[in-house]
Structures are given as C-alpha cells and as structure tokens.
Design a protein around this ligand. Structure first.
Ligand code: HEM
Ligand code: HEM
Length: 276
C-alpha cells in the first residue's frame, strides 16, 4: 500500500503549499497558489477522462444502492464543475496578478474579514474535499477484483482521517475566534440563506468522516492511517452499518452537492459584483 501512502502524502503536501502561499502578503505569490489550485482541478478532470478510456464506467461494480445507477452521470457533472472552477480560479489569479493589493496578515478574524487561521483551515478542508469526493465516487464503482481498488480505499481513509482532525480543529477555532459579519450588500433573505448554507456545510464537514469511520467500524472493516492500524470502536453490527451507509453514501453527499452549489453560486456572485 506504499503507493497509496505516497499519493496521500503528496496530496497533503500539495494542499499545505497552496494554503501557506495564500497567506503571503505579495499578490503574486497568492496568484501562483491559485493557479496551482486550478491545475489541481484540471488534473482531476484529466484523471476522469483517463477513466472513461478504461472499462470501469461501462462495467462498474454490481449496484448496491439506487444512487449507484447515477454515478457515471455524477462523475461527468463533477468533471464539468471542476473545469468551471479551474476557469474561475484562473480568472481570479489573473486579476490578482494584475491589480492585487498586499494583504495585512493577521491571525484572527475582524468583523469584515477572515484571519489567516480561519482562511487556512477553510482552504485546507475545501481542497481536500475537492480531492476526496470525486475519488470516492469513482472508488465505489470499481469492481471488487480490480487490483488498484484497495489503494483507493487506503487513500480515502488516510485523507478522511486527516479531514476529521482538521475539521475538529476548525470547529474549536470557530468557538474561539469572532464571526465575520455577512457582506453589507446582502439583503435579509440572502443573509439568512448564507447563514443556513454555512451551517449545512459545517454539519457535512463533521458528519462525513464520523459516519465513514462508523460505517467501517460497524462493518468490521479495519482502517489504516498511513500504515498504522486504527482501532474498531465497537463490534460488528449489520443494522448500524446500514444506517451509517445511508448517511455516508446518500444523505450527506447529496446535502453537500446542494449546499456547495449554493455556496459557489454565492462566491461567484460576490466575485462578479466586485469585478463591476
Ligand atoms: C472549493 C471551492 C470553495 C470556494 C471558492 C469557497 C469560498 C468561500 C468564501 C468566499 C467564503 C467566505 C464567506 C462567504 O461569502 O460565504 C467561504 C466561507 C465558508 N466556506 Fe467555502 N468555499 C469553497 C469550498 C468549501 C467547502 C468544500 C466547504 C465545506 C465542506 C466550505 C465551507 C465554508 C464555510 C463553513 C464557510 C463559512 C466560514 C465561517 O464564516 O465560519 N467551503 N467559502
Ligand atoms: C471528510 C471526510 C470524508 C468524505 C468527504 C467522504 C466521502 C465519501 C464519499 C462521497 C463516498 C462515496 C459514497 C458513494 O457514492 O457511495 C465515500 C465512500 C466511503 N467512505 Fe468516505 N468520506 C470521508 C471520510 C471517511 C472515513 C474517515 C472513512 C473510514 C475510516 C470512510 C470510509 C468510506 C468507505 C469504506 C466508503 C465506501 C463504501 C462502499 O464501498 O460502498 N470515509 N466517502
């Protein structure tokens, strides 16, 4: 499983480089980090087109849940979304490169803007989600007998446990730091919507790794974290496995798709208004 561990380490290092560079005062360094993020999105899209050449999309794992039928379409939608995201990121980088200002680097939030800690934790989670969700969608259609299937599961659990820790730090930090006020240009309805979308995203962030670990534990499947055995928390239980699977594989992913679409639409609207 060395390959999966090496790839997990590479992805973590890639994420950390982007997150660190986004905290630099100089706009050119931040622009370079954003270009790297865009290239990362395009690399996942390239991986997707590489998959369409393989037989897996035509002969996927036997379907277990109704949502398994939609996965090939879901993969196409994720590829379209990632391409659009890469385009927006390149535009943001171009603008920053040409007319970006130096930012004031400060650890904590103010009423109007996020501090370095909140920003770093946000981007760490966002980048890892962008990697983990499409690879997990693909992972769950790989037939049992394909040799690299296990590698995807090891990669998924490594990054899943890292995400679990980063999310816990983020939730603790959120209690300690002050909240950033909604943008003054938003009307009352929009402020309520933004607030609810943020709550949903926090719920999704927390519940994804917890239900994943719960599902593996209840199914009696051992998990590894960079080669070290992670203990199973209770004895196998079929009903619990089904409940955790229902949440990890259906409810939470679809809540994420809805919340993230609204979140990105909000961010795009804000960007276009700023550009005007
Ligand atoms: C990858 C693309 C993403 C972009 C471009 C993005 C952009 C932003 C921006 C601009 C904000 C500032 C406040 C706002 O206007 O909403 C924000 C806040 C936030 N984002 Fe994201 N985001 C992304 C991904 C994610 C993901 C994957 C999650 C969680 C699963 C997430 C969770 C949040 C939360 C919870 C806040 C509110 C933070 C707070 O005030 O406590 N974002 N995001
Ligand atoms: C934030 C972290 C995580 C995210 C975003 C995430 C996301 C996902 C997604 C989207 C799927 C595909 C579901 C489907 O379409 O069928 C999946 C499957 C899976 N996840 Fe996670 N996951 C996370 C953490 C974990 C953790 C920590 C574990 C276990 C230790 C785990 C174990 C699994 C397993 C075993 C499957 C495959 C189930 C199957 O073969 O049908 N996940 N995950």
């Amino acid at each position: 499983m060395f390959e999966a561990i090496n790839i997990s380490l590479f992805l973590l290092a890639f994420t950390c480089v982007i997150v660190l560079a986004l905290n630099f005062q100089q706009p050119v360094v931040r622009a370079a980090a954003i270009v790297l993020g865009a290239l990362g999105c395009l690399a996942i899209v390239y991986g997707f087109f590489f998959l369409t050449e393989s037989k897996i999309l035509d002969e996927p794992r036997e379907t277990q849940l109704i949502t398994d039928y939609i996965k090939p379409v879901l993969l196409y939608l994720q590829a379209i979304m990632l391409t659009a995201m890469a385009g927006v990121l390149l535009f943001v980088a171009y603008r920053l490169f040409n007319q970006g200002n130096q930012i004031e680097v400060r650890l904590k939030n103010t009423d109007q803007s996020y501090g370095s800690v909140s920003r770093s934790l946000h981007w760490m989670v966002a980048i890892l989600f962008v990697v983990v969700v499409p690879t997990a969608t693909y992972m769950t259609i790989i037939p049992e007998d394909v040799w690299y299937r296990k590698n995807y599961y090891v990669l998924h659990k490594n990054l899943g446990f890292v995400l679990m820790s980063v999310v816990l730090v983020r939730l603790v930090w959120k209690r300690y730091d002050r909240p950033v006020m909604p943008h003054p240009s938003l009307n009352t309805g929009e402020k309520t919507l933004v607030n609810w979308v943020h709550r949903l995203l926090y719920m999704v962030m927390f519940l994804f790794p917890v239900t994943g670990y719960g599902m593996s534990t209840s199914g009696g499947k051992s998990s590894e974290f960079f080669g070290a055995e992670v203990p199973l928390l209770w004895s196998p239980n079929e009903t619990l496995t089904l409940v955790f699977a229902l949440f990890h594989k259906i409810v939470i992913p679809y809540v994420l798709y809805i919340a993230i679409t609204l979140h990105l639409a909000g961010a795009l609207k804000h960007l276009l208004q700023e550009n005007k």
